[in-house]
Design a binder for this molecule. Structure first.
Ligand code: GLY
Ligand code: MN
Ligand code: MN
Length: 461
């Protein structure tokens, strides 16, 4: 954990940004897999971790914005708990670790919040995403689950986004640890990418590396020789010579800070000419983003510049045609890259996505696009020092999408559909790095995982 001063200062800043009422931050409970006591690996809520730091089940943090009172609700371990789970610090000792003076048994939360509701006070809460907390919120406030999303506090959401978007030095140090673990995961995967190896064997191995570094991966591992499926969680294939293995995976440290990298390796260790040509275009796109990302520049504009690199590269390969700027305006690049360039990252791999992407990635000045492809961009707003973001361009040959555009004659001015046939079984390439925005530009988080075709081949030897 960070020091108690860190958590105290964060709650102080939150209080200063807000007006009246109670801020209620529910921690997470255990979630059952297949029977009550067989639970998923516990993952604390990220907002709770940010303000109240404790990685323990069944807690709630409360801040009275008017009186300044802070309370941690939770129960001391009983003798039964201690027999099964071992000794634990008391609630009072736990609270002291994060600079909270007052604790109360969890059941007192119901009266505390109930009284405030009766007095007509505002209860600020974030949109709940787990069934357990939707039920809890209903019992506390009487707001049914179906209305909790819209009744969540916009004031609280915006204040949290302001705070969590700019990473503190301690957070950056944690993110670098997550990057180092991600490096290990990806190099291990590259070395294993040989014909006759099961995808599942590699996915399981690198999942273990994340666990050994603190926690399970920051999201379910994407690892497939069918990388044209953007979020392919199926790992049931035997790797075949001539395919590309796309691995999109990141670690989570013991404090739950994330990394998120993608590398694409030739099964067997040697890129074909065709693979290398497309790969170089994706690499140029990734390098373009790193060259452009700096404070004051919108990530939407970086996304669009990267799209131009992709169109130019694909024109040289004979797959696209026409004017580059016009093609990007028309959204023709999205046949090959139907996703966004990147997102915020921190305690969540898609940082603060529970609060609503629109508040995290956009603002009054930069609004989301509704054009296919660019509409999937999670981060569009202007970058600031201290933002941690991903840079993840890709080129994919998605047969169903190619066929749809060809049949429906979409963007025929910019795409050489006949030439695409030779790429039908190509798969996909994505190259993802994690960036810290600095005062003048950006820097990569952690040592760069082998990325040039020569580096990848050398690693696989
Ligand atoms: N979770 C996949 C990605 O955003 O890269
Ligand atoms: Mn990723
Ligand atoms: Mn990502």
């Amino acid at each position: 954990m960070f020091s108690q001063d860190t958590y105290r200062a964060r709650r102080q800043k939150l209080t200063e940004k807000m007006g009246d009422g109670l801020v209620l931050i529910l921690g997470n409970a255990d979630s059952s897999m297949n029977y009550k006591d067989n639970v998923y690996h516990f993952r604390q809520d990220s907002n709770f971790l940010y303000f109240f730091g404790l990685d323990i089940q069944n807690l709630a943090g409360l801040i009275d914005l008017n009186s300044g009172e802070e309370v941690l609700f939770g129960d001391d371990f009983t003798i039964d708990d201690i027999i099964w789970m071992g000794p634990q610090a008391s609630m009072q000792e736990q609270a002291a670790k994060v600079g909270v003076k007052k604790t109360m048994p969890f059941k007192h939360l119901f009266n505390y919040v109930g009284d405030a509701v009766k007095q007509g006070r505002k209860i600020h809460f974030t949109p709940p995403y787990r069934g357990e907390n939707k039920l809890m919120l209903y019992e506390l406030t009487g707001i049914p689950a179906s209305q909790q999303q819209e009744q969540a506090s916009l004031e609280l959401i915006k204040a949290i986004v302001d705070l969590r978007s700019v990473k503190e030095a301690g957070e950056i140090a944690e993110l670098k640890k997550a990057a180092a673990a991600g490096y290990e995961m990806h190099v291990a995967a590259m070395k294993m990418a040989m014909p006759g190896v099961w995808e599942q064997t590699i996915a399981g191995t690198i999942e273990g590396i994340s666990l050994a570094n603190g926690n399970p991966p920051s999201f379910p591992i994407i690892l497939s020789q069918n990388g044209e499926t953007l979020h392919n969680h199926d790992h049931s294939n035997l790797l075949q010579e001539g395919k590309l293995m796309l691995v999109d995976a990141g670690a989570q440290t013991s404090m739950y800070y994330a990394s998120d990298f993608t590398r694409t390796s030739p099964v067997g260790g040697k890129f074909s000419q065709q693979q290398r040509e497309v790969y170089e275009v994706v690499l140029a796109a990734n390098n373009q983003a790193t060259g452009l990302a700096k404070p004051g520049v919108s990530y939407l504009s970086v996304h669009l510049e990267v799209a131009k690199v992709i169109v130019s590269g694909l024109k040289e390969l004979g797959l696209m045609k026409g004017d580059v700027d016009t093609a990007v305006q028309a959204g023709a690049h999205a046949l090959f890259m139907p996703h966004g360039l990147g997102h915020m990252m921190g305690l969540d791999v898609h940082d603060m996505e529970d609060l609503g992407q629109i508040y995290v990635g956009y603002d009054d000045e930069i609004r989301p696009s509704n054009q296919f492809g660019t509409a999937s961009l999670r981060l569009g707003r202007k970058l600031q020092p201290g933002f941690v973001i991903t840079n993840e361009p890709g080129i994919y040959f998605i047969p169903a999408l190619m066929d749809k555009w060809k049949t429906e004659k979409i963007n025929t001015d910019f795409i050489n559909f006949d030439r695409l046939e030779a790429y039908r079984n190509f798969g996909g390439i994505r190259l993802e790095d994690d960036l810290l925005i600095t005062e003048n530009g950006c820097e990569l988080l952690g040592e760069r995982i082998p990325i040039t075709p020569d580096e990848v081949e050398a690693t696989m030897k």
